[in-house]
Design a binder for this molecule. Structure first.
Ligand SMILES: NC(=O)c1ccc[n+]([C@@H]2O[C@H](COP(=O)([O-])OP(=O)(O)OC[C@H]3O[C@@H](n4cnc5c(N)ncnc54)[C@H](OP(=O)(O)O)[C@@H]3O)[C@@H](O)[C@H]2O)c1
Length: 205
């Protein structure tokens, strides 16, 4: 399986990248991002690119993929709706439209979030924007799946790029294994293996 990954430098993306590199079913991983992951691996190729509204200059390198994990995203905290929508909706749909055209058999995985508002009309700004993003992705002519995680526990030294999340994890650190075990419906981890021990948790800030 040939995999394309957006957001590989982020907390979720780092977890996805790790799992892909470990999985023998994954033949290759191409990561698209504005900054490097700093990782080297025989299966990994990095495509450094920063205009997430226009993929035409790199279109030739975006075909021939079986799956895409779209893990690029930001917290809405402190952001205007316009700015949050630009990154969450505009970036995602710009990439997805090109990918659907070039890879009609692709499975596209979008990392959304618990509480996303499919009606697009609710009071929560981030939930409306994510809802519209999900709805429009589901209309594209490829196989799109929406994942709505709640709490994600970072393992294997993986860290969030978002300061707010890092503070949150540092604060909740000792409780995370318990929360993950007690509320499996609302908490998951960056690993495909469910069992979490404290010494696997990310280092605090
Ligand atoms: N973390 C959680 O617990 C959690 C829970 C539920 C849902 N989610 C969702 O999962 C997604 C990823 O979250 P995360 O925790 O992995 O976030 P993160 O650690 O902050 O990483 C964000 C990723 O998006 C990229 N990115 C952000 N702004 C960008 C921009 N303007 N241009 C290009 N790339 C940009 C970052 O690239 P750079 O390295 O270049 O900045 C990084 O790869 C988000 O949509 C979030 O809502 C997360």
């Amino acid at each position: 399986m040939r995999v394309l990954l957006f957001g590989a430098t982020g907390m979720v993306g780092q977890g996805v990248l790790r799992e892909c590199l470990l999985d023998s079913d994954v033949e290759s991983v191409v990561v698209v991002g504005r900054s490097t992951t700093g990782q080297q691996h025989a299966k990994l190729r990095e495509l450094l690119y920063s205009d997430f509204l226009d993929f035409s200059p790199i279109e030739q390198q975006l075909s021939g993929f079986d799956a895409c994990f779209f893990c690029l995203g930001v917290s809405s905290a402190g952001m205007s709706e316009e700015h949050y929508r630009r990154i969450t909706y505009d970036f995602t749909l710009a990439a997805a439209r090109v990918l659907a055209r070039l890879n009609p058999n692709m499975t596209f995985i979008y990392v959304s979030g618990t509480g996303t508002d499919s009606s697009e009309n609710g009071r929560s700004m981030w939930a409306r924007v994510k809802g519209k993003t999900e709805n429009d992705l589901l209309r594209l002519p490829f196989h799109a799946y929406m994942f709505r995680p709640g709490l994600i526990v970072p393992l294997h030294g993986i860290r969030s790029r978002t300061g707010l999340y890092r503070a949150f994890y540092a604060l909740l650190g000792p409780l995370l294994p318990f929360l993950n075990a007690r509320f499996p419906k609302y908490a998951t981890s960056t690993s495909s293996r469910k069992f979490i021990t404290e010494n696997m948790l990310a280092q605090p800030i």
